[in-house]
Write a protein that binds this ligand. Structure first.
Ligand code: UDP
Ligand code: MG
Length: 321
């Protein structure tokens, strides 16, 4: 039987922690009763340097349900992505399946069962995808959807309308551990891992209690991190602009020369000036873009991402199995 770890990052979540603990324990009990997971499955709360009583509450829950509620206390606030990673890596050696979910119960805990079913069907990663965003404010919906679209334009593969509610098998977690980059954008890395994946769909609810811990500033930082950690396309844009400017400079050259020879009231010095501005501007952009290309390559190299992950090997060597 497979051991399930539900990993929950928490930052100042004292208002909602009791509720999520209860809801998630309910899920565990239900799945254990249905014999879909083993009895030693657990919920792992990661306290991300909360300033309120979140950690005390986790300790209390652990004292009450020592077999079901585990906790990790980070030494300071490191942000959602890192807190979640800390939890996943802690769980990796003590589980067969992990499910990551936010503490605020916005994601539907009922679909965890569907995720586990998909795992039993052979999926290593199962994404929780929001059907609609009825409960989000217009602003949140608009910014979030523009974000997914921009990511796609920049060539970053993400799953549309999927946040960090997902199942990962221990195997997928082990591969994930090979991504050593510092700037972590999980929604971009997980699709790189590969293996058989699937999605489950759910309606996102309102926060059970408390307020969002993702103000606009953090959202923008996440968006920028997502793009700058995965895409060197902005550099290509500069390069294209440079080439465009040089092309325009040829037109400016023709235009300026025609004006110089055919019109009488061309100011002195204008012709040479206008040609130089366009040409030099273009040349500079081109040069920056070119240097950027090398910087981009270096950037990709220093990440040391795995080039491939192996799913299966067929040989006649028994030790490979
Ligand atoms: N969170 C965290 N560290 C932070 C900010 C948020 O661990 O610095 C957690 C938070 O406790 C919650 C999850 O990340 O479990 C998602 O945050 P929230 O629900 O506030 O974001 P929203 O749903 O509004 O985007
Ligand atoms: Mg939330």
């Amino acid at each position: 039987m497979d051991r399930l770890a539900i990993v929950v990052p928490c930052y100042n979540e004292e208002e909602v922690l009791g509720m999520s603990s209860e809801a998630l324990r309910g899920v565990l009990d239900d799945l254990v009763a249905k014999k879909k997971i083993s009895e030693d499955s657990y919920v792992l709360f990661v306290n991300d340097g909360s300033k309120d009583r979140t950690w005390e509450l986790i300790e209390e829950e652990h004292a009450k349900y020592p077999g079901q509620i585990f906790g990790v206390k980070l030494a300071r606030n490191v942000g959602h992505q890192y807190a979640l990673t800390a939890g996943l890596f802690t769980a990796a050696s003590m589980c067969d399946i992990s499910v990551s979910i936010d503490a605020d119960l916005q994601d539907d805990v009922a679909v965890i069962e569907e995720m586990v079913d998909k795992y039993h069907e052979g999926c290593e990663i199962v994404y929780g995808v929001r059907k609609e965003r009825k409960t989000d404010t217009f602003f949140k919906r608009f910014t979030a959807q523009s974000f997914y679209k921009l990511m796609a334009k920049m060539g970053v593969k993400t799953v549309y309308n999927h946040a960090d509610f997902r199942l990962m098998s221990a195997r997928a977690l082990n591969e994930f551990e090979n991504y050593h980059e510092y700037n972590l954008f999980l929604r971009g890395i997980v699709p790189l891992i590969g293996f058989k994946t699937d999605c489950v769909y759910y309606d996102r609810k309102e926060r059970a209690a408390g307020v969002s811990k993702y103000p606009l500033k953090k959202m923008l930082a996440l968006a920028f991190d997502g793009i700058s950690s995965f895409s060197t396309r902005p550099i290509d844009l500069i390069l294209t602009m440079g080439i465009g400017c040089i092309f325009l400079s040829v037109i400016a050259l023709i235009y300026a020369l025609v004006s110089y020879f055919c019109t009488e009231d061309v100011a002195r010095g204008w012709t040479s000036l206008i040609i130089s501005i366009w040409f030099l501007g273009g040349l500079q952009l081109l040069a920056i873009g070119l240097v950027g290309k090398y910087v981009g390559k270096t950037y990709i190299e220093v990440k040391h991402r795995p080039r491939y992950n192996i799913e299966k090997v067929l040989t006649n060597d028994a030790s490979q199995d």
